[in-house]
Design a protein. Sequence first.
Length: 277
Amino acid sequence: MRCSSRAEGASHVVENITSLPSFISTPVLRADGAGKSSAVEPTESRRSAVSIDAARVEYRDDVRASREDLAAARSMLDVFIAVAREARSLLLEARDLALQAADPETPDAARAAQDVPFKALVQQLSQLVDRAIGKGAASLAGVAIPVDADPDAAQDLEIPGLDLRLKAKVGEDEGLRLTTASTLATREDAAEAARAADESIARIDAGLRRTEAGAARLDGHDTLLSALDSALAASVRVDLDADAARLIALQVRQDLSRSSSPIANATPSAVLALFRD
């Protein structure tokens, strides 16, 4: 971690960041002639104005670095969401074909005909995910995305990934239940393919919910860091009293409570265009 004043416990990231860093919020104390402590002006403190400015600049650099990390992670999540939504659409089409082929009323010739577009959809899904992973979307291979979302946190925030790669054989921990060997050759094969597609869709839905929640969390962190960056850029005085410090922290919390993630309504077409031929 970059900042030496990181708070303990990654589960309290939001609470940690809403507190101003110690060099902003803590007044300098000295003992008067009667032995009582009283706050002093920065010019009378043992910390020079130069060291105070350097500390503020260093902390602002940490905040900006965290914002850059947040932006990079947010882009990765956008890619995951776009590809996962497209994969879900392809699986819905494949499931519908499999259900038709599994119908006892479907003739063998019709089932064989349906197997052709079914396998084309499976291949299209596999190529979509593989191309995205090849271009750096590791979360689609099940890799968690680490994010240095808070310069005061003890450890990185992690957004879990989901393995959407199609395999030749399904294992217990695979993200998708449909495989490259799935077929509609018989009614039994078609019924199994329909079940596998349904389970795959359910897993994608769960992964999308987790990822969209993670995206909203990153948006909230960015709102907080933006507020802190603005405060530091405005040369916040180091001799803030307790009331002023609490007011700034309250304003940051209010910003966070009003923030919302636009990802739920995002159009994935622009992102998906990167992974199409």
